[in-house]
Design a protein around this ligand. Sequence first.
Ligand code: 5AD
Ligand code: FES
Length: 371
Amino acid sequence: MNGNSAFEAKIMEMKEQKKISLELLDYILHSATEEERETLYRIARETSQAVFGKNVYLRGLIEFTNYCRNDCFYCGIRAGNRNVSRYRLSPEEILQCCDKGAELGFRTFVLQGGEDPYYSDDRICEIVRAIKKKHPDHAITLSIGEKSYESYKRYFEAGAERYLLRHETANEEHYALLHPASLSGAHRKQCLRDLKKIGYQVGCGIMVGTPHQTTEHIYEDILFMQDLMPHMIGIGPFLAHKDTPFRDEPDGSAEETISLLAILRILFPKVLLPATTALGTADSLGREKGILAGANVIMPNLSPSNVRDKYLLYDGKICTGEEAAECNSCLRARMAKIGYTVVDVRGDHPDFSSAETAGNNVTKPTEEGIS
Ligand code: 5AD
Ligand code: FES
């Protein structure tokens, strides 16, 4: 590209038109110079700060079951992995995690697990209601995979307000190279549309650098997201797990992930965008770099420490030896170090937030970049 100012003009055009070409996407991911990437990150950071200020939202992640009936080729807790020591948290244990999280200032609990039939709809609703009863001011996010419209509706009526279901890849041929034949990209996307229709704040997302992924696929992902208009987008690098069919595949790149975060922030100024644990695993400063490239959410682990090393979707996962309190103070310090503040609010999507959650505790958006 013809110098940094030409590059900056292209990014500003993308920001104004909310559109990116396949060519520009490919250039950013594979050919941009360091100076150009810094320009991209700055514009993404400014876009994020105009909406969220220098505030970071926390989501306490409770990994409540590592049983899963599926056999996704990339995932460490796939049904076929006999080396996993399986566990389930009881409703009481889940509530204890929430109590701990509430004490630490978290206002969102994310209940994540494999697709575990033991947790029937009745059980999930019971757990959601129990959490809501004890913590009525807290948001509950579910991340428990593909269910029927009726099931999603029941969870919503029980009090779950948000749902995370990464679409993994919008391209259905690519989807089939990452999943067994029992799963389909079409059904995955239908689930996301169902969730939106019911009224959830919905999160989709992908891994960067999965086997067989091309730039065209990522371009399709962006088009899919522009059509779905999710409230959250979760992206992280693919990281190989030793007990999966993808054990010998190369890891996705932290740098490409950060560039994609920046692109997504510019295209979706109001979206909730986590700097993920996988990014923090691929690069020890990955979460900080993600925030400085436009992300605004961090999802510290609230799972009891005795089960953490059993919920390994990929090798090398960080924070498996830490207590919730340690991750909490570690992350607040890490954010402070880069000039950002963790705020103890629910952190709804701007279109969903009441005056209270949007106004209180939130430092004013700033025009200037980060010093
Ligand atoms: N590397 C990185 N991310 C992974 N996930 C699952 N397995 C891996 C892996 N090996 C992601 C998927 C899933 C989310 C919960 O974690 O995108 O949707
Ligand atoms: Fe867990 Fe730093 S976030 S120890």
